[in-house]
Unconditional design. Structure first.
Lengths: 163, 214
C-alpha cells in the first residue's frame, strides 16, 4: 500500500497535532513507580530530572532534561513548522535542514523509555525493591511514536512540492 | 524543452533525501557529488582500501550485540538480595506488567533494529569488499536505510548510565561484563552509521547495478 502525497501530509499533520496534545499529559502523569524498602516514589519525567539534580548530578540531569523534555517538544515543534509551511516556497532549504536535524537527534528522546526497561529489570526484588511502569509511560511513548512516525511518513521531497 | 546533447547522454542520479535528479559526473577518490537542492551527498567515490573498516566494524558490532544480549549488564543489591539486569529481562518484565507497547518499542529499538542494521551493513560491506553482487543486495541497502533511525543502542547505553546513577541512591550497584559489550555496540553503531551513509552513496554500488532510489 502506498500513500498519496496529500495523505502523507495530512497524516503527518494529524500525528504532530496528536503528539503536541499528548505532550502535556505525558509530562504530568507518572511514568513509573519505584518502591524501595517500603518507600514508594511515583516519578514523572520532570520529577526524575529534579531528583537527579537534587542528588548533585547536574550534568546527567541536564542530559535527561534535554533528551526527555526539550527534545520531544522541539521535534514536534520543528515538524509542525515544516508542515505548516508545506506547499509554500518559503525557506525550503532551511526546512530541509531542519528536517535532517529532526531525523538525526529525534531518537534521543527514547532515553526515558529505556530507563524504565533497565529499572524494571532490576526492580524485581519483591517487597525490597520493585519498579512498575505506569500509564504515563504509554502516553510518553505515544508522543515519541507520533513524532517518529510523522517524520517517516512526510517525505523530504514534499518540501519542494507546490500543492 | 531540449537539453544540450552533452547533458542528454549523461546519467542522472536521484538524491536519497529530496529525490531531486542530479547530473552524474566522474568522481575522483573521496570526491563527492552533492545535491544542489539540499546539500546531501548523492554519490561518493570510496577507494577500495576504505571499504574494509566498515565491513570489520559491522561484524564486530554484530558479535558484540550477541554478547550484550547474553551477559548481565549490572547487578542491583538491596539488603543482601541482588538482581541481575539483562537486556531481555527488562523487556519481559514490561510485558509481564502489561506494558507490551513499551516492551515492543524497547525490543525493536534495542535489539531487533541494531541486529538488522549490523547484519545489513555486514552484507553490504561483504558485497563491496569482494566486489560481488549477492542476492537481495538492494533490499539489504533499503533495510539498512530504514532501520538506521531506529537503531538506538547508543541511547540505551546512556539510559543504563542514568539508571545506575538512580539505583546508586537506593542500593548497591555493580557493573557487569555486559555493560562493556553495550558500550562497545554503541561505539560500533555510531561509527558504522557514519560509514553506512557513505557506503549507500558509494559509486561502486551503482556500477554493480544496485540503485536503491529506483
Amino acid at each position: 500500500m502506498s500513500l498519496s502525497d496529500r495523505s502523507r501530509v495530512n497524516l503527518s499533520r494529524a500525528l504532530v497535532v496528536t503528539g503536541l496534545i499528548l505532550y502535556i499529559p505525558s509530562n504530568i502523569m507518572p511514568v513509573m513507580t519505584m518502591s524501595i524498602v517500603g518507600k514508594v516514589d511515583a516519578l514523572t519525567v520532570l520529577g526524575g530530572v529534579h531528583e537527579l539534580y537534587d542528588s548533585g548530578l547536574p550534568l546527567i540531569s541536564g542530559v535527561v532534561f534535554l533528551a526527555s523534555f526539550v527534545l520531544p517538544f522541539a521535534k514536534l515543534a520543528a515538524l509542525a513548522w515544516v508542515l505548516f509551511l508545506h506547499g509554500t516556497p518559503t525557506l525550503r532549504r532551511e526546512r530541509g535542514k531542519v528536517f535532517k536535524i529532526v531525523h538525526l537527534i529525534g531518537s534521543w528522546s527514547m532515553i526515558d523509555i529505556f530507563l524504565i526497561a533497565v529499572l524494571a529489570a532490576v526492580g524485581q526484588l519483591g517487597a525490597l525493591a520493585s519498579v512498575r511502569a505506569e500509564p504515563g509511560c504509554i502516553v510518553f511513548a505515544v508522543v515519541l511514536l507520533c513524532s517518529l512516525v510523522a517524520a517517516e511518513i512526510y517525505k523530504p521531497r514534499l518540501i519542494w512540492e507546490d500543492f | 524543452m531540449e537539453y544540450p546533447k552533452e547533458i542528454e547522454t549523461r546519467k542522472w542520479v536521484i538524491c536519497p533525501f529530496c529525490e531531486a535528479s542530479c547530473l552524474h559526473r566522474e568522481l575522483l577518490p573521496n570526491q563527492e557529488l552533492i545535491c544542489e537542492r539540499c546539500d546531501t551527498t548523492v554519490l561518493v567515490h570510496i577507494p577500495e582500501k576504505s571499504l574494509q573498516p566498515p565491513f570489520a566494524l559491522s561484524l564486530t558490532g554484530l558479535l558484540l550485540l550477541l554478547l550484550a544480549n547474553t551477559t548481565p549488564i549490572l547487578t542491583f543489591e538491596v539488603v543482601g538480595r541482588s538482581q541481575s539486569d539483562y537486556m531481555i529481562t527488562g523487556i519481559i518484565e514490561l510485558f509481564r506488567q502489561g506494558y507490551w507497547l513499551i516492551g515492543l518499542l524497547v525490543s525493536f529499538c534495542g535489539i531487533i533494529a541494531p541486529a538488522v542494521f549490523f547484519l545489513c551493513a555486514f552484507y553490504l560491506g561483504f558485497a563491496l569488499v569482494l566486489n560481488l553482487r549477492p542476492p537481495g543486495l538492494k533490499w539489504a541497502v533499503l533495510a539498512l536505510r530504514s532501520v538506521r533511525p531506529w537503531n538506538l543502542i547508543p541511547v540505551y547505553s546512556i539510559a543504563t548510565l542514568v539508571a545506575v546513577v538512580k539505583l546508586k541512591m537506593l542500593g548497591e550497584v555493580n557493573w557487569q561484563v555486559g555493560a562493556r559489550f553495550i558500550l562497545g555496540v554503541a561505539v560500533m553503531s555510531i561509527l558504522c552509521e557514519q560509514f553506512s551513509v557513505r557506503q549507500i552513496a558509494n559509486e561502486q554500488l551503482r556500477e554493480m547495478g544496485v540503485n536503491p532510489e529506483e
